[in-house]
Design a protein around this ligand. Structure first.
Ligand code: PMP
Length: 384
């Protein structure tokens, strides 16, 4: 049976066009972009073209783009690099990805005070609460753009306006880039993390956008590349692949978004009718109040069904999905995101994340919903 892949927040398949864009830089044009000779200069040109294209799509300047191995590294680079020496105060949302939450935990163990901003039942940070939590010694605020478990879009611009430059602001935009339009300077953040493999680019590359003039302490030393912010030979082919994937995503943004919305509506409608009762965790997309969530992420609970059993049986039935972030899967710990939202135990313990891609067809999504309905019913009636 063909597997229907609904775990696109974990990773996505590479687009053939992206692979084609990368191939020459792994074979013929293989030079080290730091080399002075013609072979190196060719590689350098491709790298800098990629940097410029990425910057242009994201409302940044080319020199503000630092290539990293992915968003985990970009988040670590920003958090450790912006906050200086302890003591000091850090603020974050309680729904950050582990690649933000864990560095923050380490910084707090190293002498920083850490406070968490509250989120509401839809998983949205309440921007005005920032003022109540800010302290004179606040160094850094970290709030993500789109949540990896619920898709909830956080009010970054109101938060940076409220902060008014009193501390640095880092934004993990990994689940938003390539899915919705994002403009680095308009968000008003100092740093922003992204990762290519979340939008049909290659694994092993991401970027940290660093606002011009903001000081960042490196995490690694030993080379002059990327102004010393992230030394090491740049992976030209991966950077070209990132730029190509972003280019495709931005060119097709409206069509992709409309298609994914349609997939989501069909999927939810089928579950609501045939797998009731279900609970949608995250922003209520029926409210006509603008975009509150990324339509690609669907977090649904099936009360009465244990999420670990559901996951296992859906795998057997040919549906790949997840109970939360891939980085914490296998742990079977309750989702900290749903916990912070105040989701009741019975609902939280039956929550499943289905994450969509524009490559899915309506037929795929209908077939996936059919398989899910079948498994949910059999689990509810103890038939498996
Ligand atoms: N942040 C978020 C919100 C994510 O969803 C992920 C991927 N699970 C990451 C960071 C880490 O990205 P990467 O795999 O590129 O390290």
């Amino acid at each position: 049976m063909d597997c229907i892949y609904l775990d696109n927040n974990a990773t996505t398949p590479l687009l053939p066009a992206v692979w084609e864009s990368m191939r020459p830089y792994l074979t013929e044009t293989f030079g080290n972009p730091a080399s002075a000779h013609a072979v190196g200069r060719q590689a350098r040109r491709a790298l800098e073209d990629a940097r410029e294209a990425i910057a242009a799509h994201l409302g940044a300047a080319a020199e503000e783009v630092i290539f990293t191995s992915g968003a985990t590294e970009a988040n670590n680079l920003a958090l450790f690099g912006l906050c200086g020496e302890p003591p000091g105060h850090l603020l974050a949302s309680p729904i950050e990805h582990p690649s933000v939450a864990e560095p923050l935990r380490q910084l707090s163990a190293g002498g920083f005070a850490l406070d968490l901003l509250p989120v509401d039942g839809h998983g949205l940070v309440h921007a005005p609460s920032l003022a109540e939590h800010l302290r004179p010694d606040t160094r850094l605020v970290a709030v993500m753009l789109a949540n990896h478990e619920t898709g909830a879009l956080q009010p970054i611009r109101p938060l940076t306006e409220g902060l008014a430059g009193r501390a640095r602001f880092h934004c993990d935009a990994t689940q938003a880039i390539g899915k919705i339009p994002v403009h680095f300077h308009d968000l008003g953040v100092d740093t922003l993390a992204l990762s290519a493999h979340k939008f049909h680019g290659p694994k092993g590359i991401g970027a940290l956008l660093l606002r011009r003039g903001v000081k960042l302490r490196p995490r690694t030393w030993g080379g002059h590349q990327q102004h010393g912010h992230r030394p090491g030979t740049e992976p030209v082919a991966l950077a070209v692949g990132l730029a190509c994937a972003l280019d495709c995503a931005c060119r097709e943004m409206n069509d992709r978004l409309a298609h994914v919305r349609r997939l989501r509506e069909h999927f939810l409608a089928q579950l609501q009718v045939h797998a009731a009762p279900i609970v949608l965790n995250g922003p209520d997309d029926r409210r006509d109040t603008g975009l509150l969530g990324i339509p690609h992420t669907i977090n649904v609970s099936f009360p009465g069904v244990r999420a670990d059993l559901l996951l296992m049986n859906l795998d057997l039935a040919g549906v790949a999905c997840s109970t939360g972030s891939a980085c914490s899967s296998g742990s079977l710990l309750p989702s900290p995101v749903l916990q912070a939202m105040g989701v009741a135990d019975a609902v939280r313990n039956s929550a499943m994340r289905f994450s969509l891609s524009p490559l899915l067809t309506l037929h795929d999504i209908e077939e996936a919903a059919r398989r899910i309905v079948d498994v949910v019913r059999r689990l509810r009636f103890r038939l498996i």
